[in-house]
Design a protein around this ligand. Structure first.
Ligand SMILES: Cc1ncc(COP(=O)(O)O)c(C=O)c1O
Length: 478
């Protein structure tokens, strides 16, 4: 009997797997010799795609070859050691294997009975990461998520349910006052989106000024809360950041935790990137106070370098996810009803869901805590080297952070602090194909160039190449 067209015959499959493995291995070993950035021409991409009208099937090897070639050509290569970008990782080898296995076995993570191993692996990991942050494993709960956005959204929802129990059934209209939450001016904008998704609207997000070191000012937080209460608002959540996106700033967690405790507000810490410092003993003190957070966002697809998407939401309130997400439903599997287990669909935003934790499990099992600590240490060392070499070549680094992220301006150019000049420098570097960097504004105000070490393979030669690309850009703009 001929194999159905959706399952290719054994011989074709064998050839396809060989082609696939060879493409993955070539990408892993040859990437650093290629450009980092693609041409940005939508017409060219669409022209390449136009041959597919799907009326005439193509051979499996041809289709796969088309994608491999296309991805090489039309992608900003975030796994490249000279991608100095937005926390996007070079994926771990074990993470790639884990994701491939998940695609093939396709475990369904809605109900425990369908994926006992995958779900228990995720629970095991949540407790292990919670312990690193100082949570008691016996009282740690959480969920894997698509990324930091979903984890922060989960934080806002759980804080609403905890503070206003009537919110679950009757929604915001049941509340007597407008709930408001607090973030620093450096916080990630996913919290604004989360406010929208919760029905609060972005005006409910009250931005607290930062000190010159870009950390939230706890006194300003306390006085804004008092002012808001006096005006009839209902404060419910403080979302601190441990490793801000623009500048790697870590809010003063102990002082913020004191304010949150005094004011009886849910404390969330967005440690999407910086949370990995918890894996390195000498960096762990940077996160002191995080153990007092009611919930934490921590993305494994950032500094733990697993393939996207792998967000994590952790909490020390074991029943809050159930109270936020449980619904009565008749058609879902019930085999696990008598067991003391988690049914993820009752416990998180998603319903049917991919097994996110397996790539994290394989990566951590093979590297161990020590392997991760060594990789993170290396990236921190590369960050220090970058800072040193920037300063030595006439760039001034404006942000203070122990994390490997430099925000800088050009002190050798008359326009070296202007947004237009800095943007032009970034575009020259990106256009050269030698590296990817970007621009941002510190505390949404001061323009800077931004370069972050996100890749465990970035070496001193790569740092030298970035310095060279910056020098070329500066020369061309003279
Ligand atoms: C501090 C912080 N929080 C949240 C997010 C959102 O995470 P994701 O892109 O995984 O949804 C990011 C993304 O860079 C981030 O830097």
């Amino acid at each position: 009997m001929a194999a159905p067209p959706l399952m290719l015959d054994a011989e074709t499959r064998a050839g396809l797997w060989r082609q696939l493995v060879s493409a993955i291995e070539t990408y892993a070993t040859k990437l650093e010799t290629s450009r980092v950035t693609p041409p940005l021409d939508p017409g060219e991409v669409r022209a390449m795609l136009s041959r597919f009208d799907f009326s005439t099937p193509v051979e499996a090897s041809e289709a796969l070859g088309f994608l491999v070639e296309g991805l090489w050509k039309f992608q900003t290569h975030t796994p490249h050691p000279r991608y100095y970008g937005l926390f996007n990782p070079a994926p771990t080898t074990m993470g790639i294997a884990g994701d491939a296995l998940v695609a093939a076995f396709n475990p369904q993570l809605a109900a425990w009975s369908h994926s006992p191993l995958a779900i228990e692996i995720e629970q095991h990991l949540l407790r292990a990461f919670g312990a690193r942050f100082g949570y008691d494993p016996a009282h740690t709960d959480g969920t894997f998520a698509s990324g930091g956005m979903e984890a922060n959204h989960t934080a806002a929802l759980t804080a609403l349910v905890e503070t206003f129990p009537e919110f679950s059934c009757r929604g915001l209209r049941a509340l007597a006052a407008q709930p408001v939450l607090y973030v620093s001016a450096e916080a990630h904008h996913s919290l604004l989106k989360a406010a929208r998704l919760c029905g609060l609207g972005t005006d409910a997000v009250h931005e607290i000024p930062v000190a010159p070191n870009l950390r939230m000012n706890p006194e300003a937080l306390a006085s804004r809360i008092a002012q808001d209460r006096a005006q009839g608002f209902a404060p419910f959540l403080v979302a601190a950041t441990a490793g801000s996106t623009s500048a790697g700033a870590i809010d003063p967690l102990p002082a913020i935790a004191d304010v949150a405790a005094r004011e009886k507000l849910w404390l969330h810490v967005d440690a999407a990137w910086g949370g990995a410092a918890a894996l390195v003993p000498e960096l762990r003190p940077l996160l002191d106070g995080i153990e007092r957070a009611d919930s934490i966002t921590f993305d494994a697809h950032k500094w733990l370098s697993v393939p996207m998407g792998a967000g994590i939401y952790l909490t020390r309130h074991p029943d809050i996810l159930d109270r936020t997400f449980r619904t009565a439903v008749t058609y879902m599997p019930r085999e696990a009803a008598e067991l003391d287990v988690v049914n993820p669909f009752q416990h998180s935003i998603q319903w049917s869901r991919r097994a996110i934790g397996l790539k994290v499990f394989l990566s951590l099992a093979v590297a161990g805590w020590e392997g991760y600590a060594a990789a993170i240490r290396h990236m921190v060392a590369m960050g220090a080297l970058l800072r040193e070499q920037l300063e030595a070549s006439g760039w001034q680094v404006l942000n203070e952070t122990p994390l490997p992220l430099c925000c800088f301006v050009d002190v050798r150019h008359a326009e070296g602090r202007s947004a237009a000049y800095l943007h032009a420098v970034a575009m020259k570097v990106v256009g050269s194909g030698n590296a990817w960097i970007s621009t941002t504004r510190l505390a949404n105000s001061v323009p800077v160039l931004r370069a972050c070490i996100t890749n465990y393979r970035t070496s001193p030669d790569d740092i030298a190449a970035l310095i060279g690309a910056l020098e070329d850009a500066r020369r061309q703009l003279r």
